[in-house]
Design a binder for this molecule. Structure first.
Ligand code: CU
Length: 185
């Protein structure tokens, strides 16, 4: 009598593969599908300091001889007090500044942001082409597509955090669409 159970289990196990195989193949195909669908998300990366989250810092490859490069990311403030991005430093350039774009006499210009950039409590600020951005000036070398370089961001309350800027293609706009410059604000 005591043999019956193991036999039944053995049978169930032998019987298992033909039933489970299509399921496993199905799951493998499904996970591959999700893996492919999630590649942009997998390329995204984020950093945390205090109540702040810095999402997907990225930069652009620069042509040979270029002396400036841009830096972009989104800062999310999960705290109940505003914070302020005060300064940026990186080994890739002599200086790094926070810039804003504006239109002066019909011409798009950029100028340094005075007094830092406020990150509102419970809010977020996106640094992107055509808007607030970092400018690495006096590049010591050209950032190459596919590499990463590090930079340190200093916030008034949260303190300093070192993040990695992913270098994307020379024509990348950050919107996933080269023609889609955001001029809404
Ligand atoms: Cu600039």
């Amino acid at each position: 009598m005591s043999n019956l159970l193991p036999k039944a289990q053995a049978f169930a196990l032998r019987g298992a593969p033909p039933f489970h195989l299509p399921l496993r193949v199905g799951l493998a195909v499904l996970s591959l599908f999700f893996l492919l669908a999630c590649i942009p998300a997998a390329l995204a990366h984020e950093f945390k300091v205090g109540d702040l989250e810095i999402e997907h810092p990225w930069s652009r490859a620069t042509p040979p001889g270029a002396k400036v490069g841009g830096g972009y990311f989104t800062v999310i403030n999960k705290g109940s007090a505003p914070d302020r991005l005060l300064s940026i430093s990186s080994d890739i350039s002599e200086k790094a500044e926070l810039h804003e774009m504006g239109v002066k006499d019909g011409v798009m210009t950029m100028r340094p942001v005075e007094g830092g950039l406020e990150i509102p409590a419970g809010g977020k600020v996106a640094l992107k082409p055509g808007a607030y951005h970092l400018m690495f000036t006096g590049l010591k070398r050209q950032p190459k597509q596919g590499e990463k370089f590090s930079a340190t961001l200093t916030f008034e309350k949260a303190g300093s955090v070192t993040v990695e800027f992913a270098v994307e293609g020379i024509g990348e706009t950050g919107s996933g669409d080269m023609g889609d410059m955001d001029h809404a604000e």
